[in-house]
Design a protein around this ligand. Structure first.
Ligand SMILES: C[C@](O)(CO)[C@H](O)COP(=O)(O)OP(=O)(O)OC[C@H]1O[C@@H](n2ccc(N)nc2=O)[C@H](O)[C@@H]1O
Ligand SMILES: Nc1ncnc2c1ncn2[C@@H]1O[C@H](COP(=O)(O)OP(=O)(O)OP(=O)(O)O)[C@@H](O)[C@H]1O
Length: 309
């Protein structure tokens, strides 16, 4: 009997999320600058007669246990590619907020892929793993790669980026999630409503900000704070107006930047250093504008097998 294998996978924040027009396939072209942060899920794969999912953690009740779970879909995709039986028990220790805009489900998919590959001895190449990730979801390749990267296409075509230091973050986790497709739909609706149009012909091609890339490379938090942007933020605020109070509470507490993380509703705050981050976190917790507050830093590495060097 093989031993259990555990993979540890980080959450992400988007320091730039430039959204192009709606494509005929229902996706949007992006200039998506991902940064992996130190909140992690762990996925443990153990041999079993059939595919089975269990989940632990504060948000466990919101996670599907059937084949709708992204970790299950990842295991099935790997098994199908190699023509093997997907006999595995996947246990997810969940610390990344569910439906929070921090790619929690994507982390579990990348973790399941890595753990099953080791458990089954399929020895998929990095390129094969990335291909399976991209088939399963736009954010999943980044969960595997981690660090900081620019995502083009629908976010799955990654170019790793250099960073000159560690950035300190506070995350305000909201009560309840937001649906990613609903937030993209709201972005399109707001664009239509403004008269600008929402199709690929109406919206300029999304481009990464050179100022932002320079700030990442220099590790300068103040410069990064001035350059962060999220085209989905107006849509998340439209669907969840109370997030404006959370963003204001963080800004009032001295955060260098306050923004919605990806499709939200988690809000992200950039701080100068660990001490400043603790101050922002304390003020946010006292503000009553969020469910919980997390302090962390990044970039951190992508999906790793626990015990690997
Ligand atoms: C908001 C982000 O988290 C930013 O990194 C991602 O763009 C979302 O990535 P994801 O959750 O992996 O999304 P997917 O599972 O690939 O797609 C879910 C749905 O989101 C919308 N979607 C997603 C990615 C993209 N580039 N354009 C889109 O319009 C589509 O309606 C799609 O059907
Ligand atoms: N392993 C999983 N963990 C969490 N949710 C999952 C998982 N598998 C499937 N789901 C479903 O996906 C939905 C979105 O979950 P997820 O936590 O990935 O959202 P998210 O972090 O906002 O995603 P993203 O930032 O990539 O847009 C959940 O509401 C849940 O129904």
């Amino acid at each position: 009997m093989s031993r259990p294998v555990t993979a540890r996978v980080p959450a992400k924040v988007n320091v730039q999320l430039a959204v192009g027009g709606l494509r005929p396939d229902g996706f949007h072209d992006l200039a998506n600058v991902f940064l992996a942060v130190g909140l992690h899920d762990e996925v443990t794969a153990t041999p079993a007669d059939a595919l089975r999912i269990t989940v632990e953690g504060a948000d466990a009740g919101q996670v599907p246990l059937d084949r709708g779970n992204l970790a299950a879909r990842a295991a099935l995709a790997l098994a199908e590619r190699y023509g093997i039986e997907p006999g595995v028990h996947l246990h997810i220790a969940k610390d990344i907020p569910v439906a929070g805009g921090m790619a929690g489900g994507s982390a579990d998919a990348a973790g399941a892929l890595l753990a099953c590959d080791a458990l089954w001895g399929t020895r998929a190449t990095r390129a094969e793993l990335l291909e399976i990730c991209a088939e399963l979801g736009s954010d999943i390749p980044f969960s595997l790669v981690g660090g900081v990267a620019l995502g083009r296409g629908r976010g799955e075509l990654l170019t790793p980026l250099e960073t000159g230091g560690t950035f300190h973050w506070v995350f305000a986790v909201a009560d309840g999630g937001l649906s990613t497709p609903a937030v993209y739909r709201e972005c399109d609706r707001l664009r239509e409503e403004s008269g600008a149009g929402a199709s690929a012909a109406d919206v300029p091609d999304p481009e990464p900000s050179q100022v932002l890339l320079d700030a990442l490379r220099s590790g300068d938090a103040t410069a990064l704070a001035a350059a962060v942007s999220n085209d989905l933020q107006p849509a998340a605020l439209s669907l969840r107006p109370a997030l404006a109070d959370t963003l204001r509470a963080g800004a009032d507490a001295g955060a260098l930047a306050s923004l919605v993380s990806g499709s939200g509703p988690t809000c992200a705050f950039l701080a100068k250093d660990t001490e400043a981050a603790q101050g922002v976190a304390t003020a946010l917790a006292a503000s009553g504008t969020c469910r919980t507050v997390r302090v962390t830093s990044g970039p951190v590495p992508g999906a790793r097998l626990v015990g690997d060097a």
